[in-house]
Design a protein around this ligand. Structure first.
Ligand code: IMP
Ligand code: MG
Length: 194
């Protein structure tokens, strides 16, 4: 295992995530009462949020996935969105809820909303776990969101840095220490060891 040069400090705890995800699911269940819902998860970042959300949604809820990539290996957006995996079934005539991990510049969501709208769903709404409004470059309306977060690079609960940290059960801020091993003592939010 490579030694970590980064440190992750907890921003949103596992308990806070669980509570908020349940609240969102209750709200979505109320809003879609009597209508069949199709969740479209945006891979890979949304997989954990989507799985937890779905546990509390109406059992008739269907799910499909789309894959996009915009970042490459860096923490800064290239501004370019690419579809790496498309839907299995047409969303035409369905009530679609697009589920994203985080809205940063908004470019990914803008592109996905435009693409999906062209496929004529009966309705289209957007749900994102995290909203980082400080870096927004395009206007985008979120119908549901979990948390508004400050302008920091976050990982965990599905979100990655170079494909790592997705499995953390909380959302944390990634800090680069520039060293192979932390030297600033061991506060209880550090996960840089092992
Ligand atoms: P946007 O197109 O700039 O809004 O960025 C959308 C995608 O970039 C998200 O779906 C994430 O996959 C990724 N992203 C944006 N900010 C972060 C972050 O702070 N941590 C990890 N991934 C991020
Ligand atoms: Mg994403």
């Amino acid at each position: 295992m490579a030694e970590s040069r980064e440190k992750v400090s907890v921003l949103i705890s596992q308990a806070e995530l669980e509570k908020r995800v349940k609240e969102l699911a209750e709200q979505i269940n109320r809003d879609y009462e009597g209508r069949d819902l199709l969740l479209i998860g945006v891979l890979k970042g949304s997989f954990m949020f989507l799985a937890d959300l779905m546990k509390y949604l109406h059992p008739q809820t269907a799910v499909d996935f789309m894959g996009t990539s915009s970042y490459g290996a860096s923490t800064h957006t290239s501004g370019e969105v690419r579809i790496t995996k498309d839907l299995e079934h047409s969303p035409a005539g369905r009530h679609v809820l697009l589920v994203e991990d985080i809205v940063d510049t908004g470019l990914t969501l803008r592109y996905l909303v435009d693409t999906l709208r062209a496929r004529q769903p009966a309705s289209l709404k957007v749900c994102a776990l995290l909203d980082k409004p400080a870096r927004r470059r395009v206007r985008i309306g979120l119908d549901y969101y979990g948390f508004i977060i400050p302008n920091a690079f976050v990982v965990g609960y599905g979100l990655d840095y170079q494909e790592r940290y997705r499995g953390l059960p909380y959302v944390g801020v990634l800090e680069e220490t520039g060293e192979a091993e932390g030297d600033s003592g061991s506060d209880d939010t550090s996960t840089s060891e092992e």
